[in-house]
Design a protein around this ligand. Structure first.
Ligand code: URA
Length: 473
């Protein structure tokens, strides 16, 4: 028996597994022992590393396995390393298509573990609640979370991305993640008593949750599925749930009589929480009740994306305008009409595409009797981003086209400049292929001296590039 000791992470395990393969160590001859794990009492012949590798090339490992292994390495079960090595062994020893055999017990177990990790990652994103504490450095936002698996390091970049502008710490029993506006660091785990539990933000959040709770839409079953009871204890709003459930019938009546919710001040920005689903209509339904940022309060409705489920191209605009807000559909106002003309000129049938926006509520300020468009802030975009991510995850288009700077920055980073980089293909975490062009509304208000026909033609040329991209596969 060979005992291989390693730090329990994929980066440490992978070269040792490769070495073990080269040394032709069959799976049942290896014990994978996590450093700091309790010692086993199996008999060992050699340690700590396998015998020197003879010159035997190791067969290529499919990328799908590497992706799966990276995910599964975050699982808490100690057996994951031996399972991974067994699958690796089989893949490189005459079963190169093993991962396609979903009924194989090893493969099924791998997929089940990966699914459990993905769920845990989603739950952490959805249920982490920051509480503000005052420190000598300024405001610091602290959250307590108890993940099922070892997902904190893998998930930290997500929170960094969303909350780059504030100092935060996520405390967990095993490891803590911190962002101080300069560096992302990790320290050993803490106990729950180290996390602040009550504060003013929490009261505000409760008031907010109580006020947006719409008894007419109450679906306790779905509620429990989306917000499993085990997470309730860390959520300030959860304390309200029993009372709200009990009061639901009475409150439905009073809502019908007269809306008592209008005067509640909107809360600070949080993150939208799309349900885990591959159905766009379920996403749209959930987005209709989204209160993650204050924009909903002044908008008529959420304007979710619309279009073909099998769209090869997804167009992403900025946010709904006045007409879209009234009609509940994206790009149906003046900019939408121009967009339709440009699509037709480029030979793209709109109904074969999917059209959505970076921010799903209309942001505006009053100007006399008119509602004047306001550009969404980075925080508006960040709050709404989970909806766009969810749409793209479901649609998996061949190409995403950003219309204008807000969409381009959301998809390609804040340094992106449409004026300099329009019409080119970029890779982003949202999609392998993203092309950015101008927003159609910019063609409706061109500065004096700029030739409208020529600018329209440039826009159409970018759309043609998009069409050629998906035609060429
Ligand atoms: N502008 C946008 O960005 N989106 C719309 O839906 C309408 C106008």
């Amino acid at each position: 028996m060979h005992r291989i000791t390693f730090a329990p992470n994929f980066a440490d395990w992978q070269p040792l597994a490769r070495e073990a393969l080269r040394s032709q160590l069959p799976p049942d001859a290896v014990v994978w022992e996590e450093r700091d794990a309790p010692a086993t009492d199996l008999p060992f012949e050699s340690e700590p590393t396998p015998a020197p590798a003879p010159e035997r090339p190791v067969a290529r490992v499919p990328k799908q396995f590497l992706d799966l292994a990276k995910t599964v390495s975050l699982h808490r079960a100690g057996t994951r390393w031996s399972l991974l090595y067994r699958v690796l062994w089989r893949l490189t020893r005459g079963e190169p298509k093993l991962l396609e055999v979903v009924t194989d017990p090893d493969v099924a177990r791998l997929h089940a573990m990966a699914k459990s990790i993905r769920r845990d990652i989603h739950k952490m994103r959805a249920f982490v609640r920051f509480r503000e504490v005052t420190t000598p450095a300024g405001a610091w936002f602290v959250a307590w979370f108890e993940p099922e698996h070892r997902i904190v390091e893998a998930n930290a970049p997500f929170f960094l991305d969303r909350f780059a502008a504030m100092r935060w710490s996520i405390l967990t029993p095993e490891i803590c993640a911190h962002w101080d506006l300069r560096a992302l660091t990790f320290t050993p785990g803490m106990s729950k008593s180290d996390a602040p539990s009550e504060d003013a933000t929490e009261d505000l959040w409760r008031t907010y949750y109580g006020s947006i709770f719409n008894p007419a839409r109450l679906k306790p079953h779905a509620m429990r599925a989306e917000m499993p009871k085990k997470y309730w204890k860390n959520l300030p709003e959860a304390a309200l749930i029993p009372t709200l459930l009990a009061e639901a019938p009475r409150r439905t009546e009073s809502m019908i009589d007269a809306s008592d919710l209008q005067s509640t001040p909107p809360p600070a920005h949080t993150l939208a929480m799309p349900p885990e689903t591959d159905r766009l209509e379920v996403l749209a339904e959930a987005a209709a009740g989204c209160r993650a940022c204050p924009l909903y309060a002044k908008a008529t409705q959420t304007v979710f994306g619309q279009g073909a489920r099998d769209a090869a191209i997804v167009f992403v605009g900025e946010q709904p305008g006045d007409q879209e807000d009234r009609q509940g559909e994206p790009f149906v106002g003046p900019a939408g009409k121009l967009f339709d003309r440009a699509l037709a000129a480029a030979g793209i049938a709109r109904e074969t595409t999917y059209v959505t926006n970076t921010v799903k509520h209309f942001k505006w300020e009053p100007r006399g009797k008119r509602r004047l468009h306001q550009t969404p802030s980075a925080r508006d975009v960040a709050s709404c981003r989970p909806w766009l991510e969810a749409e793209l995850r479901v649609l998996q288009p061949q190409l995403v086209v950003a219309l204008g700077s807000t969409a381009a920055k959301a998809l390609l980073g804040s340094q992106f400049r449409v004026t300099q980089q329009r019409g080119e293909i970029f890779q982003s975490e949202f999609s392998d292929r993203v092309l950015a062009t101008v927003h159609p509304s910019s063609l409706l208000r061109l500065p004096a001296g700029v030739e409208a026909a020529a600018e329209f033609e440039r826009f159409v040329a970018d759309l043609r590039t998009a069409r050629q991209q998906v035609n060429s596969g």
